[in-house]
Design a protein around this ligand. Structure first.
Ligand SMILES: C[S@@+](CC[C@H](N)C(=O)[O-])C[C@H]1O[C@@H](n2cnc3c(N)ncnc32)[C@H](O)[C@@H]1O
Length: 358
């Protein structure tokens, strides 16, 4: 069972760090820019929302490296440009970055200082360590919440599986196919609970008329997903090679759960509507295959990307297996034509949603 503290990306600036292996995620962040700009225009035009000439914006699940500021920075520019256009003084802005406590906040804090020095509108910057599935801010204090590539991380693996010792990924293909609908449903239910809670909490923290622009990994509606979404399926397959080689214990493998779920756009819409705190201004669905090209282009890139995302959670569960994992992953890349096939058939999508507090 994965504990929440293990969910963080590989820290630092090394070759397996998230900072050096997040260009795929950055491509998605760039596509969110128009949604962020539209939300800012809306916020700045609403005199009730900006009553005291102050604006508080936050990023939920910022991680570290260049992506940590990739949503906040265009938001600040949009505020500046909008105020210039209408000939108004810009509001005083407070920027807060959130992630789980084990995130590499040292690097984040340094980049926040640089950001504040380069953007005159920013008066205060800070970090807000903690789970975004808990209250993080005082009520009616936030104006804009951004989040990219983070909300598909669940608060925990589904208890229906962990309690009943049902593996998320059976090594036996027949058993895996048989159980897939049940396993998927357990993950879907956990996502529904977590995402509804996230909406409820942020609605308390946002001012009336506050905005939220988020993106997360999704699943194509019509997908017959044989391996969930691309990466956890591949991670499980690589780990299963280590089971066959006797590097890791089968029972240990069976109790490994990656707390990730990618909803379909319909599922996401339905959860937002049922929870009721937000109206959907815009929802975009993007096919991520083009962005994957670099990530999968060489064995080293493929392995480093997997390590950047999954090393902490793998090491916490299995101990020191990363050298063996990296070797098996390289072999998987070079031998397995199915990686390219999987890329072509991937059931993955990227979902971006712009929300307004109802
Ligand atoms: C793939 S990174 C995304 C980072 C960045 N936003 C981007 O788009 O590149 C996902 C981040 O979400 C964070 N995360 C996962 N669950 C979280 C939670 N419950 N509360 C806060 N952060 C969380 C992880 O620690 C990780 O840093």
């Amino acid at each position: 069972m994965a504990f929440i503290q293990a969910i963080h990306m590989n820290p630092g600036q090394g070759e397996t760090s998230y900072a050096c292996n997040s260009s795929f995620q950055n491509a998605g962040q760039k596509r969110m820019k128009p949604l962020i700009e539209a939300a800012i225009t809306d916020l700045c035009s609403n005199t009730n929302t900006l009553l005291h000439g102050k604006m508080m914006i936050m990023d939920a699940g910022c991680s570290s490296g260049p992506n940590a500021l990739a949503l906040i920075s265009p938001a600040i520019d949009a505020i500046h440009n909008h105020c210039l256009q209408i000939n108004q003084p810009p509001p005083e802005v407070c920027v807060l970055l959130n992630d789980l406590p084990d995130n590499d906040f040292n690097t984040v804090v340094k980049s926040l200082v640089t950001l504040r020095q380069s953007k005159k509108t920013i008066v205060v910057t800070g970090v807000a360590p903690g789970s975004f599935y808990e209250r993080l801010f005082t009520s009616d204090s936030l104006h804009l919440v951004c989040s990219s590539n983070s909300l598909h991380w669940l608060s925990k693996a589904p208890e229906d599986l962990t309690r009943n010792h049902i593996p998320a990924f059976d090594i036996d293909e027949h058993a895996r196919r048989e159980r897939l609908p049940m396993v998927r449903e357990a993950y879907a239910q956990q996502f529904r609970k977590d995402f509804s809670l996230f909406l409820e909490l942020r609605a308390k923290e946002l001012v009336s008329g506050g905005r939220m622009v988020i993106s997360l990994v999704g699943t194509r509606s019509n997908a017959i997903a044989s391996k969930f979404i691309l990466f956890p399926g591949i991670v499980a397959q690589i780990l299963s090679v280590l089971v066959a080689e006797g590097v890791i214990d089968k029972a240990k493998f069976d109790s490994f759960y990656v707390p990730l779920y990618g909803p379909s756009s319909e599922e996401l819409r339905e959860i937002i509507e049922a929870e009721g705190s937000f109206s959907i201004r815009e929802m975009r669905v993007h096919d991520p295959r083009i962005d994957m090209t670099t990530t999968l282009s060489t064995p080293a890139r493929f392995v480093n990307n997997l390590r950047a995302l999954f090393e902490p959670i793998i090491v916490q569960h299995f101990g020191k297996v990363m050298d063996e994992f990296a070797m098996a992953a390289e072999l998987y890349w070079s031998l397995d034509a199915s990686l390219q096939e999987e890329r072509a058939r991937t059931s993955r999508t990227m979902l971006a949603v712009s929300l307004a507090k109802a």
